[in-house]
Design a protein around this ligand. Structure first.
Ligand code: AMP
Length: 547
């Protein structure tokens, strides 16, 4: 006789998150700096109710289960309403990254077969420019009031408020299988075409529970959270789900992401926790240092997307008393993979040793399994030194890309179901992981690997340096040698020797870059990371003085 568990079937669908928030924290606020300018306040009850209006408007337009509904939008409460409104009826919310090249945006919308596009007025010119290439979008909903509708050359365009106005706040949500797709996000795609990651309701709910754990994002009902990380970058690292799930208030930055605007939102609304990539924090810290400002309420920042430079970590912790949670993840991992919350043993270490631990990407929360392997797929030791390809599997990690992309007819997983992240890392005996490079960015000198990330992070520690990138340049003897590319702070200059001095004693001697090149600006990709592909193109004919 087969015996099965006698517990309730309660499909893990994301509508339950906002339903829970409406019931239990109806008046917890979501504050938004609107794209039009004024700051507006709403709450979880209103977001829930208006999301139902979105659902009904979508249904009236014939949107069905698994149809793709796209957004090209900033973090705002309207975006959040669309998010839950589309997901609640089983359609797929596809967040498009507006920082991609317009041609790529059109390609992605066609590949996803988006039916409706919700768009912020900021991005209207972008959409108008590619409208003739959009093959599947039948309607454009512009995020604005009915009387604020801008002139547009888009056919079949309507204001958001007119679109949902008069729709009922009654709608059945979530009456479907928990494996129904729920969100679609394309990876920034440094090679080839972007690939879609199709999240399921189940994976997003499990990811929400995971991020809600104290040692993960550590957010509670007592927090006010400012997600600087956009909803189009891997679901704002899950915060659009985690905050309503735990009842934390949200402060949405809208279109203004500069240091002064973020600072204003952080202080005016007494934000306790925020999350962003290092480049954003760099802008905020520069603004604060230039104007002698304080951060009285902020207790924690989550930093990920790229490695946290030591200067940012130290400034937050030592100058402003803000704890840094260094996180690693990717679009394919929903995105949380690891967080650098210290263990009891690590907390007993000296302050300096704790900083060293925090510069690592951290440990896997329950639900993520990691291993490192060599070029032949053989597992490598967890000794904190040996580096290898970082592989992951777990409850919210990609199995197959949308439409099978990237698999060449096979699987993107190894025989044990692990996904190759494309990152190179070491893991220590306590499970603390440290990314040493992207597989394709690692500089291969005489068969040994030089970490471009290490060189960059030490170089940005120089007070005059705004940003740094290290790439491998062809060398007849060593195959590749490092070139360090430097963007100075506005109005500053330095010599090659001065920059190299910054690295002295902090790296193995043979890691020292063979040359330093100064540029006006280091190109950033669509998610705020250094665009190494563009740099490699720019420096493809570069001759090293040592060659
Ligand atoms: P994306 O899918 O655009 O979020 O990019 C994921 C990639 O960003 C990862 O595979 C890493 O290469 C990089 N990344 C994310 N977080 C970190 C981090 N904390 N340190 C170093 N690299 C990171």
């Amino acid at each position: 006789m087969t015996l099965i568990g006698k517990m309730q079937e309660w499909p893990l669908t994301v509508n339950k998150v906002i339903e829970h928030a409406k019931l239990n924290y109806p008046r917890q606020r979501v504050i938004t700096r609107t794209v039009e300018g004024p700051i507006v306040e709403t709450n979880y009850a209103e977001i829930h109710d208006r999301a139902k209006q979105v659902s009904n408007a979508l249904k009236a337009d014939g949107i069905q289960m698994t149809d793709r509904v796209a957004t090209l939008a900033w973090n705002t409460s309207r975006h959040m309403e669309t998010w839950f409104g589309a997901m609640g009826i089983g359609s797929v919310l596809h967040t498009i990254n507006p920082r991609l090249h317009p041609e790529q945006i059109a390609w992605i919308a066609n590949d996803a077969e988006d039916k409706i596009l919700f768009v912020d007025t900021t991005f209207l010119p972008l959409v108008e420019a590619v409208k003739d290439h959009l093959k599947t979008i039948e309607k454009f909903v512009i995020y604005c009031d009915a009387d604020g509708m801008p002139e547009t050359s888009l056919a079949n365009a309507v204001s958001y408020e007119a679109y949902i106005n008069g729709q009922s706040q009654d709608c059945v949500w979530g009456d479907f299988d928990e494996n129904t797709p729920c969100g679609l996000c394309y990876t920034s795609g440094t090679t080839g075409n972007p690939k879609g990651v199709l999240y399921s309701h189940r994976s997003n709910v499990l990811h929400t529970l995971m991020t809600g754990m104290t040692d993960a994002l550590g957010i509670s009902i007592h927090d006010r959270v400012l997600p600087v990380v956009p909803m189009f970058h891997a679901n704002a690292w899950g915060l659009t789900f985690t905050c309503p799930a735990v009842g934390a208030e949200m402060v949405m930055p809208g279109a203004q992401m500069d240091g002064a605007s973020i600072y204003e939102m952080l202080t005016k609304y007494k934000v306790t926790t925020s999350a962003a990539v290092p480049t954003v924090w760099m802008m905020l810290l520069q603004h604060m240092e230039a104007n002698n400002l304080e951060l009285p309420d902020l207790t924690r920042v989550v930093i990920g997307g790229s490695a946290v430079p030591e200067r940012i970590l130290r400034t937050f912790q030592e100058k402003y008393g803000v704890e840094v949670g260094h996180a690693w993840g990717m679009t394919e991992t929903s995105p949380l993979g690891t967080v650098g919350s210290l263990t009891p043993e690590q907390k007993k270490l000296s302050e300096e040793a704790q900083i060293a631990c925090k510069l690592k990407q951290g440990r896997a929360p329950f639900g993520v399994e990691m291993k490192i392997v060599d070029d032949n797929g053989k597992e490598l030791p967890r000794d904190g030194e040996t580096s290898g390809h970082l592989l992951v599997r777990g409850m919210a990690i990609v199995d197959t890309y949308y439409k099978g992309a990237g698999a060449d007819g096979g699987s993107i997983l190894d025989k044990d179901g692990f996904f190759d992240t494309g990152d190179v890392a070491n893991i220590d005996e306590n499970g603390f992981m440290q990314i040493t490079d992207r597989s394709k960015d690692v500089i291969k000198s005489g068969g040994e690997w030089i970490s471009s990330i290490d060189l960059e992070n030490i170089a940005v520690g120089h007070p005059k340096v705004a940003n740094a990138a290290a790439i491998g340049i062809y060398h007849p003897k060593w195959d590749e040698r490092p070139l360090l590319i430097i963007q100075m702070n506005e109005g500053e200059t330095a010599t090659k020797e001065e920059i190299l001095k910054q690295l002295e004693g902090k790296i193995a001697k043979w890691w020292t870059p063979d040359d330093v090149a100064f540029v006006d600006s280091i190109p950033l990709g669509a998610t705020g990371k250094i665009n190494k592909l563009a740099l490699r193109e720019q420096f493809k004919d570069y001759k090293l003085p040592t060659a």
